[in-house]
Write a protein that binds this ligand. Sequence first.
Ligand code: NAP
Length: 446
Amino acid sequence: MHIGILGFGTFGQFLATHFREVDFHVSSWSRSDYSKQAEALGVEFTQDLAAFSSQEMDILLLAVSIPVFGEILGRIPWHTVQADLVVDVLSIKTFPKERMQQILPHHLDILCTHPMFGPDSGARSWEGLNFMYEKVRIRKDATCKEFLHFFESKGCSMIPMPCEQHDQFAARSQFLTHTTGRLLSSMYLSPTPINTKGYESLLTLMEQTTRDSFDLYYGLYSFNDHAHQELSRIEQALRQLRNQLFDREREERETQIIGIQGGEGSFNHQACMELIDKYSIDSYELRYLITSEKVLKALNEGEIDFGVFAIENSGSGTVLPSIYSMSKYSHEIIEIHHMPLVQCLLARQGQDVSKAQQIITHPQAIKQCAKTLGATYPHLSSEYLSDDFDTAECAKRLGEGKLPEDAVVIASKTAGERYGLQIVEEGINDDPENMTSFVFCRRREN
Ligand code: NAP
């Protein structure tokens, strides 16, 4: 039996080693130079595709990576191929079956196979290891029988199966296995002094799957439609599991934790209190997380159960940091809550506002009051510290004497009262309605 292996990478060489053990004549072609490896195995090697293809052989075995299979198939000068049978060993099956049926001349028989093992799992013995195959187009049965008999004689469990069915099963078994191994590798799993047997199995899985090329993994995903669904199922299952843990934790503490974008006394705080009332949340704890990014991150990490943050104001427009954060973290919107905002100019008790030089506040507040400030307080410059300083935080700092002597702030009346400030002017917002939309959200269920 003469087998020509096209693609002399890891798997091609692995098969060649075993074919040589039973004295099959093996020749090979590869893009890279494997002449030394081939010589050591007693295998002929060439990088000349035309010369390789026109050799007299019984079987042409295709063992190239999945993503390049179609392209290589198009490059083979098929009219010169003298083999009886063309076999592929790709780890996905519908794609090579369809391509070979389209491209191969009718005089060539086609056998699609998937040896469900590799250099690691099949290192010691092939006893009991699965070998899937479909006789796609077989007229010279003798060559096909001899090829299949080789694997049978080594103890493989021979499984005839349509390629389409293989791909359905493989998305679940093989793609899931490889994805798990690669996930563990992304987490840099390493041995510990207290390994359990289960953990050692994970380490072995990680090592085995990442030893295969990324081309192979990509092929398992990209050339099997079922794998796309499987990837979504993995993500969904992880989310469900996390939610189960978070929900249990919440049940045990019997208190809802609500994270809000602003600080204590902010408009977000005010909106949150309206929502707590509306949804009759009796037992709650508030976390003042200042930015929408921190709210959504905490929601995803199970630190809070609900989140509140602003997304739009009738005067100042879209709150862009909220929109960017919403695209980054998953969440489920319970309600978009609309609330009018009354902005106030606040100063320290006894402070002479005519001597103030600057307003320290959040840019959203400045945007909402720009015209009024320009007309009534043109001598005040506006200063913005960072996103961590919302209007309430600025009011708090002014009350604590932590802002410059010549500073005043813009914030809500509630914040002014809470931090003992003087309300210089109430309702300095340009738009008398000044409606703001707040997102009230929870974690996504699935
Ligand atoms: P792979 O990365 O899937 O394939 C490597 C082979 O593809 C090498 O021969 C490589 O040639 C060739 N190749 C890659 N890009 C090429 C290009 N642009 N032009 C020409 N050749 C190209 O790794 P593998 O493990 O050896 O797998 C080979 C095939 O066997 C795959 O289809 C895989 O699904 C299947 N398979 C693998 C296993 C396993 O355990 N590894 C098990 C069952 C089936 P060069 O090295 O010459 O560049």
